[in-house]
Design a protein around this ligand. Structure first.
Ligand code: TA6
Length: 273
């Protein structure tokens, strides 16, 4: 454990990979397979005061995802998570963090829950976010692993495997057809409704391909703020948008009802395979 500003983070070193995971937000900040550059993008201006969600990494958006509820994208990403389990073997390292309902969360969202974030580090990084209903009544949830991936140049990056239909967040949430492959020359905020389980990020100028395998999600969101929005964000540098793309495994719009004792997990596995 070590401090980054006001935040406590777990540094994981293993012959196969290294990673950094913040307990504030249950937030993965870095994942580097051995001899590779980081697959995860962190903003050079991220706010480590522990008062605001971190810009970059893998924000955990839970118990909902979207623009409709406050605080934005749920409270998990600004909550303090505790370490539930840590195991290490020659093959991998596994870290589980836990977040449970408390007096504070019940004021924002009146339901009892337990959430587990399991991070397995090896040649790939598998992140799984599981919500369990520990209440006596049913509740609805959504959520997202809002992964910021690192690319060398967004202008020569493409994202494929996203499926043929999306909601265009930059254009009045209009539903539009897609060819299934995206390239970038403007602000992009697209919710893909029928993505494939495997999404590929082709970072042509680095000759690097990042593979993202998702399960338990009902959509994939692809986001790049581009110039104007990037410049307007205090926690992102003006040209921050050039080296990142968000590819998010998401359950959009609180679309799942969990009965008491029921659980649901979304996972995302990131690798250079
Ligand atoms: O997932 C895309 C999105 O919801 C965008 O609409 C954009 O606002 C982005 O996430 C970042 O949200 P944040 O609350 O972290 O500033």
């Amino acid at each position: 454990l070590c401090a980054l500003g006001n935040i406590e983070a777990v540094h994981i070193h293993h012959p196969k990979a290294s990673a950094i995971v913040s307990l504030f937000g249950g937030h993965v900040l870095s994942y580097r397979p051995a001899r590779e550059k980081d697959l995860i993008w962190m903003s050079s201006r991220a706010d480590f005061s522990g008062k605001k969600a971190l810009r970059g990494g893998i924000p955990v958006c839970w118990p909902w995802f979207g623009k409709f509820r406050a605080p934005g994208h749920g409270f998990a990403r600004t909550s303090h998570w505790s370490i539930a389990e840590f195991t290490e073997s020659p093959q991998y390292v596994s870290l589980s963090l836990s977040l449970k309902s408390s007096e504070e969360t019940l004021k924002i969202w009146p339901f009892e829950f337990q959430t587990t974030l399991k991070i397995e580090i090896s040649d790939a990084m598998k992140v799984s976010l599981e919500g369990t209903n520990t209440d006596s009544k049913a509740w609805d949830m959504g959520g997202a692993l809002h992964t910021y991936l690192s690319v060398s140049d967004i202008s020569s990056t493409s994202v494929s495997g996203v499926g043929n239909e999306f909601i265009d967040g930059t254009n009045g949430n209009e539903v539009k057809p897609s060819s299934g492959t995206l390239s970038f020359d403007e602000e992009t905020d697209q919710v893909f409704l029928r993505p494939e389980n495997r999404v590929i990020i082709n970072d042509a100028s680095a000759s690097r391909r990042i593979t993202v395998d998702n399960t338990g999600n009902n959509c994939v969101v692809v986001w790049n703020p581009w110039k104007t929005l990037s410049s307007s964000m205090a926690d992102m540098s003006d040209d921050g948008f050039r080296t990142m793309v968000c590819v998010e495994s998401a359950d959009y719009n609180s679309s799942l009802t969990l009965q008491p004792d029921q659980s649901h997990a979304i996972t995302t596995e990131i690798s250079l395979r």
